[in-house]
Design a protein around this ligand. Structure first.
Ligand code: CTP
Length: 466
């Protein structure tokens, strides 16, 4: 049978094909396949249905588009199996091989498993006219890099774009999942760890590496690529997480965070040890899930989360005023460690130390309880009001009492005893107290706790849980 390539077609025909393919959102090769199928009297192949979890939640049952970037490492051979696993799960897979990856697996083998072209060059005239790196980047719901070599991670962390894989990674707005694979010494190297920290801060998700035997004889340690089934499970988790937070999209979420500063005089204040990290992580997770987020923040030393409207305040009374101004909201989350008292007789001028004079006496006045004020509003109360309970003893019992006293719907209780390192630290162990009971969440990072809270809120907004 004669073989025909797009390159052999005359220019006019290529142009028509290009237009038709673009209209249908297909590659030129796929368009030709579809024309041949039509000519042979076959009906269009229906889009592959995704796994049940996605099919249930997705409005259109189109297979999610996954772009697999294979880096140049010995673990690349496992990526062929990964393609198979992902296709079994119903994903539409496209594949890029880096130049180094072609030393380990051939485009032919990867293409046979993908069932379509495999991309290797940034400047391939056929592919530039056909798919191109911007389309490859745009037409992916998730980008998986497996194996992610030390070199690819370094380039990503620096934003390099000197080949097809890195250009696509820089151009995509889709979530990125990395499955690192390298020698344990390379993984442990400070430069790799620095790049890893940068990539995590940029929102990249990781699966692995695992510990075990290396390809090099006698070498063991951390650096083996996660197994294809583990990577496929991580892909599933990411898609589920994305779908799980869909009901948050467009909802207005009001969050308080950080400590408050209560002035003693113009230069001194009373404060507490809150870093604001948990509230900021919640704001970031809510914004990432597509919510319209207002963050009323006491004085903290944290970067502003992206796509969040931050209102900076100092005292509890300022915070209450800012919160009331920010209403209405669908959900209000009170994560701030608001000072319970302020100095009643705060000085308008700096209090001076005068020889022989008595030590100044500070009289305290109670601050407004912001959470309680909002939760008890008869008019304009957000439908879901969530508070925190910072406790140092009887955590759950105190939180239950707080839930009733403050009139909120949920309390996230945590033990802030100095020994836990929660106040100001990076991790948190939360007990979610609601009218229905208590859920003990595992110890986790404040970002993970934030993601869990956002999923829980999403489930509630859909009516799945209360
Ligand atoms: N809170 C508030 N305004 C206050 C005090 C607390 O909005 N003036 C909110 C916090 O943001 C948190 C919840 O109330 O969501 C509980 O805060 P916490 O400090 O644990 O409790 P307190 O009300 O201060 O009670 P106590 O100090 O007696 O534990």
């Amino acid at each position: 049978m004669a073989s025909l390539t797009v390159r052999q077609l005359d220019e006019a025909l290529k142009q028509q094909l290009r237009l038709r393919a673009a209209r249908n959102g297909r590659s030129m090769e796929d368009e030709i396949r579809s024309i041949l199928r039509e000519a042979a009297g076959e009906t269009e192949a229906p889009p592959q249905a995704g796994p049940a979890s996605r099919a249930e939640t997705s409005a259109t049952a189109v297979a999610p588009r996954l772009l697999l970037i294979v880096g140049g490492g010995i673990a690349a051979y496992k990526s062929l199996d990964l393609i198979r696993r992902l296709k079994e799960l119903g994903y539409a897979v496209r594949c890029i091989l880096t130049q180094a990856a072609t030393q380990f697996v051939t485009p032919l083998a990867a293409g046979a498993l993908v069932g379509g072209p495999v991309y290797t060059d940034l400047f391939n005239p056929d592919h530039e006219f056909d798919v191109g790196h911007i389309r490859l980047a745009r037409e992916a719901d998730l980008v998986v890099v497996a194996p992610a070599t030390a070199d690819l991670m370094a380039k990503m962390a620096q934003g390099h774009a000197n080949d097809l894989a890195t250009a696509v990674l820089l151009a995509t707005t889709a979530k990125i999942l990395l499955a690192p694979a390298m020698n344990p010494a390379m993984w442990a190297n400070k430069a790799t760890q620095r790049n890893l920290a940068q990539l995590k801060a940029d929102g990249v998700t990781l699966v692995g590496p695992n510990a075990g035997e290396m390809a090099e004889r006698g070498e063991r340690g951390l650096g083996r690529m996660a197994e294809p089934l583990e990577i496929a499970a991580a892909v599933e988790r990411l898609f589920k997480a994305e779908n799980a937070v869909l009901p948050i999209k467009g909802k207005r979420i009001l969050i308080t965070a950080g400590p408050t500063h209560e002035p003693i005089d113009p230069v001194r204040y009373i404060a507490n040890r809150s870093s604001g990290k948990q509230g900021y992580a919640i704001a970031a997770a809510a914004a990432e899930a597509g919510a319209d987020v207002v963050l009323v923040s006491g004085p903290v030393n944290l970067p502003r989360p992206q796509n969040v409207d931050v209102v900076a305040v100092e005292s509890a009374r300022d915070m209450l005023a800012a919160v009331e101004k920010a209403l209405p909201a669908d959900v209000a989350i009170f994560a701030a460690a608001v000072a319970d008292w302020r100095v009643a007789n705060a000085g308008a001028q700096k209090i001076k130390k005068r020889p022989g004079a008595a030590t100044p006496q500070l009289a305290l006045a109670e601050n407004p309880d912001i959470l309680s004020t909002i939760a008890h509003r008869s008019d304009g109360r957000p439908p879901l009001v969530i508070g925190f309970a910072a406790e140092t003893e009887n955590v759950v019992a105190n939180a239950k009492a707080k839930l009733a006293r403050k009139g909120c719907d949920w309390i996230l209780a945590n033990d802030v005893s100095p020994s836990t390192g929660i106040m100001g630290g990076d991790s948190n162990t939360i007990h979610l107290v609601t009218a229905a009971g208590v859920d003990d969440w595992p110890p986790q990072s404040k970002e993970e706790a934030a993601a869990m809270l956002i999923s829980r809120i999403a489930a509630t907004l859909t009516g799945d849980r209360h």
